[in-house]
Structure formats: structure tokens, C-alpha cells
Design a binder for this molecule. Structure first.
Ligand code: NZQ
Ligand code: ZN
Length: 385
């Protein structure tokens, strides 16, 4: 096992009816900015629950944060924070609203010339405006980590940011919110969480038995509950398992003491930036090709994954190959397509474009061995057409 330090300060509040507990978590004298997305919370009852819980607070609202939170929209929210002397942020939404809120938590205290620098220059946020979240969509794990991904349509970019100052103070996980989540987003959530585990597992063995089993158990649970939740999102037990899997997949725990990859996400973000494909679907497009291309270096973990997660038997090399196929089939079972050409007709030239972008950014060695060059990336993206 590799050396590590682990600190995660987010208080997780799980359970049916827990939104009512909001007032216990936010300082009574806070001037709160309530942030939300395109309005689903107004039709599924979550907005009303939040407002009722915070009846005694001084609240300003900002809605309209789009999926793949857009920089220009967030700048409008930043003006509201400054004009209204906001002291506390509350995100009510999925990964996009939570990530947008993290950007604002950072930008509110940022003194540099242009907040985009936080993303383009990878400026770590040591201290941000305090914020909490009410999660409405299990998927990203953003509710218990310190990272965010922000989109800028003007330049067709999607960039990451983070730092210890960006953990939510608390996150409320009420499994009942899953009832209103559309099929497309349920499938996205399962796929995203599954791929988060793969990014932190599908590398090479370092003798970290417990981390391996944490990872495998999350994947096994997701495989087990996927058909249940797709069939009936109102199944509160399955919804709770789904939520907790998504949170645990990316709250830092399973990546401690092991190598991590994250190249699938790096390539996937470019597909969202260029073609506006849902985040999870970009991962399903890239992951199978990534594992096939890097088969030699990932072979041992692929075999272990095939044996333990999919119950495959036979010669190790064959198990490893079949494990990639089973992963692809799992995505298909969620009605997620795994080829770029199934999402856009204009895919020619994508691989070259991504190769160029990574070269320009100096991303010359991705993956657990820091050896995946922009040329390798180009081949993987081509394999995903
Ligand atoms: O906008 P509203 O009206 O809220 O509707 C949303 C949105 O249309 C809807 N939705 C959410 N909860 C709902 C609901 N509809 C009905 N009932 C509910 N209870 O779902 C749609 C998608 O929401 P979004 O927040 O965009 O989805 P998700 O949670 O998948 O977040 C995706 C974003 O997170 C980033 C992605 O790149 C993408 O921008 N990620 C963030 C990560 C992180 N911070 O750690 C890691 C991930 O790898 C990912 O990159
Ligand atoms: Zn993801």
C-alpha cells in the first residue's frame, strides 16, 4: 500500500425526511444564497421542503445553473453574492449545482483579476465561503469531495478545480429525492459512479487489499441495484444504496494508498466541451477503448475485476478481456451507448483536436504511470469513434 493522509470534513446527513434538519446546520445569522438548477426542485417538492426548513433565515435565491455549470451564469451569481453581502451558500441540486457552488465559494474570496484563472491556472482553493448541499441526484460524489468541474461555452472548455477549502460543511442525502429523477439521469448516475471506482481501481496491484475490496463492493452494489432503481426509483432502500455508493465512490476513501488513473475523465470532459454529451456518457464512450489500449499495464487488475466483480472464470488473460466486454454490456443495459458516432455525426477530427489541446496544456503524461501521451490519447479517442 502507498503512504497516504486522509481527511474529509464533510458531515453527511443521510435519511428520509432529513431536509427538515437544515436549520441545525447553517449559522442562524447567515445571509444565505440558495442555488439551484433548471427548476426541477420546484416541481418535485424539494424546494418547498428547503424553504420550510429555512423559514427563519434571510435567504436570497439564484436559479438557472445549467447542467455542466456555465462560467458566464456563475459570474452572475458571483455579482449577487457581492451585492447582497452573502455569507453562506446552499446548493440544492446535482453535481452541476454543487460544482457551480464550489466555484462560487472559491471565487467569492478570490482577489485575482479573472476568476477563470482559478481553473485555467489550477489555483488551489485553501479557503472558500462556507457552503452546504442538499443532494437531488446521486452521481458525482461532489457532495462529499472538494473538486468541481466548470464549463465555459465561449471557449468550448471544461476544466477542473479544487482544494481543501471546497469540502461542503454538510450534505443532506434523502433517498426520497431519487423518485423524480428521470431515467436518463439515473443511468448517468450509475455509470458515473461506476467509472469513478474504475478510475481508482483499474491500475496495477499495490497489495492494498482493503481498498480493492471497498472498490469491488461499490461496483457490485451498483450492478445489483441498477435494474431495481431503473425500474422503480421510488424504492427507497435501493435509492439509499444508490446514493451511498455514489458518495463513497468519490469522497476520497477508496483512492487512498493506491495509484489512480483519471485519464478517462480527462478525455471525457473534452467530449462534453466539444459536443455537449452528458458527462457519464462520455466516460462510457472512452472507458472500453482506454482499457483495451492499456491492456498490458492494467491486465492484472482487469483479471481481478473480472473474477471478483463479474464472477468470470478461466485463463486470466481471457477473463481480463471478457471483463472489458462485461463493462460495456453493463452500460448498454442502462441504455447508454458506447461509441462517439452514436452521439454526433461530426466526430471526424475529434482525436486530433484533443491531442492538440492536451499538448498545448502540457498534459503530456496522463494515467497511473504518467505515461499516456497526447498521441496515445488520440489513438484511444479514435478507437472510441
Ligand atoms: O437543473 P435541474 O432542474 O436541477 O435538473 C437536473 C438536470 O437537468 C436534473 N435533476 C437533478 N436532480 C433531480 C433532477 N430531475 C428530477 N428530479 C431530481 N431529483 O438532472 C439533470 C442533470 O443534473 P446534473 O447536476 O448536471 O447531473 P450530475 O449530478 O450528473 O452532474 C454532472 C456534472 O458534475 C460534474 C460533471 O462533469 C458535470 O458537469 N462532475 C463533478 C464531479 C465532482 N465535483 O466531483 C466529478 C464527476 O466526475 C463529474 O465530472
Ligand atoms: Zn465522473
Amino acid at each position: 500500500m502507498l503512504n497516504f493522509e486522509f481527511k474529509n470534513p464533510t458531515k453527511l446527513i443521510f435519511g428520509t425526511g432529513k431536509i427538515a434538519q437544515l436549520a441545525q446546520e447553517i449559522p442562524a445569522d447567515a445571509r444565505v444564497l440558495l442555488l439551484y438548477g433548471g427548476g426541477s426542485i420546484k416541481t418535485n417538492g424539494i424546494y418547498d421542503q428547503v424553504k420550510a426548513a429555512l423559514a427563519s433565515y434571510d435567504i436570497v435565491e439564484f436559479g438557472g445553473i445549467p447542467a455542466n455549470p456555465e462560467y458566464e451564469v456563475l459570474l452572475q451569481a458571483l455579482s449577487v453574492i457581492k451585492e447582497q453581502s452573502i455569507t453562506y451558500l446552499l446548493a440544492v441540486g446535482g453535481g452541476s449545482v454543487i460544482d457551480g457552488t464550489k466555484f462560487l465559494a472559491s471565487a467569492a474570496y478570490y482577489t485575482g483579476p479573472e476568476p477563470w484563472d482559478i481553473l485555467s491556472q489550477s489555483i488551489r482553493t485553501e479557503h472558500g465561503m462556507p457552503f452546504g448541499t442538499v443532494l437531488t441526484l446521486p452521481a458525482t460524489g461532489s457532495e462529499m469531495n472538494s473538486g468541481a468541474v466548470i464549463t465555459r461555452a465561449e471557449t468550448q472548455e471544461k476544466r477542473s478545480m479544487g482544494g481543501p477549502g471546497l469540502f461542503p460543511a454538510f450534505s443532506i442525502l434523502d433517498p426520497q429525492v431519487v423518485r423524480s429523477v428521470p431515467q436518463r439521469q439515473l443511468a448517468n448516475g450509475i455509470t458515473d459512479a461506476f467509472t469513478h471506482v474504475l478510475e481508482q481501481y483499474m491500475t496495477y496491484p499495490v497489495g492494498a487489499r482493503l481498498q480493492d475490496r471497498f472498490a469491488e463492493s461499490i461496483m457490485q452494489t451498483l450492478i445489483e441495484i441498477a435494474p431495481v432503481i431503473m425500474q422503480n426509483p421510488a424504492d427507497t432502500d435501493a435509492a439509499g444504496d444508490f446514493m451511498y455508493c455514489c458518495t463513497m465512490a468519490l469522497n476520497g476513501l477508496i483512492q487512498k494508498g493506491v495509484p489512480t488513473d483519471w485519464a478517462v475523465h480527462a478525455m471525457g470532459h473534452e467530449l462534453t466541451a466539444l459536443y455537449n454529451i452528458d458527462h457519464a456518457r462520455t466516460l462510457a464512450i472512452i472507458a472500453p477503448s482506454h482499457y483495451r489500449y492499456n491492456f498490458r499495464t492494467k491486465r492484472e487488475k482487469l483479471t481481478q475485476y473480472g473474477q471478483r466483480v463479474w464472477g468470470l472464470t478461466g485463463p486470466p488473460e481471457e477473463v481480463a478481456i471478457r471483463a472489458i466486454g462485461r463493462t460495456e454490456e453493463f452500460f448498454h443495459s442502462l441504455d447508454i451507448k458506447t461509441k462517439l458516432s452514436q452521439y454526433t455525426e461530426n466526430y471526424e477530427g475529434t482525436a486530433e483536436r484533443i491531442e492538440e489541446r492536451f499538448t498545448e496544456r502540457g498534459w503530456l503524461g496522463l494515467g497511473e504511470h504518467k505515461s499516456l501521451t497526447p498521441q496515445d490519447v488520440r489513438t484511444i479517442v479514435e478507437m472510441s469513434y
